[in-house]
Design a protein around this ligand. Structure first.
Ligand SMILES: [Zn+2]
Length: 91
């Protein structure tokens, strides 16, 4: 009789653990899902605000506020990075 109770008790513990693991796994999966969708919806465009200038080297549109500029033949040229500016200058 004592053995039967022990078996039942063990069964209950297994059931409890199973439910715990399942709910934990589900909450972790939900966390991943909401984090994934959040990053899709809340990610701002890389470059925003004002008039965008085209980087002549790589074709990226950059905001003058954050771009690297270079005067070339009286015209201001905008670059996304020092690498692009250097490539434009032929270095
Ligand atoms: Zn560039």
């Amino acid at each position: 009789m004592g053995e039967l109770i022990a078996v039942l008790f063990r069964g209950l513990i297994f059931l409890f653990l199973f439910l715990m693991v399942r709910s934990l796994a589900r909450s972790v999966l939900d966390g991943f899902r909401s984090a994934g969708s959040a990053s899709h919806t809340s990610r701002p465009p890389v470059l925003t605000g004002g008039e965008l200038k085209k980087d002549p080297v790589c074709g990226t549109y950059v905001s003058p506020a954050v771009s690297i500029t270079r005067k070339d033949k009286g015209e201001t040229v905008y670059f996304c990075s020092p690498e692009c500016r250097d490539r434009y200058l032929g270095r």
